[in-house]
Write a protein that binds this ligand. Structure first.
Ligand SMILES: [Zn+2]
Length: 85
């Protein structure tokens, strides 16, 4: 039995294929086109930070198609429901 399992992360979403956003990794270290973005809350303001696939995975996430997944403990509520924030 695995210690951890992959579930969909609701904090990430895929960008449209025609998006021209660039990856924000390292303030300009990466100039790849961004494919996914991460929701960052600033008080009530919703912001989305865009990253290329490589740097989504650099956070320890896994990318399957349009879905970004994170690993959670096998016996956690997130594992049972199949998604996490
Ligand atoms: Zn990048």
């Amino acid at each position: 039995m695995p210690d951890r399992v992959w579930v969909k992360s609701l904090s990430w979403r895929a960008l449209p294929a025609d998006s021209t956003k660039l990856c924000r990794w390292g303030k300009g270290e990466c100039d790849n086109r961004a494919e996914y973005e991460l929701q960052r809350s600033h008080g009530r303001t919703e912001r989305w930070w865009a990253y290329c696939r490589k740097h989504v995975e650099a956070y320890g996430n896994r990318v399957i198609g349009l879905e970004v997944q994170i690993d959670v403990p096998y016996d956690s509520p997130a594992a049972k429901r199949g998604w996490a924030q």
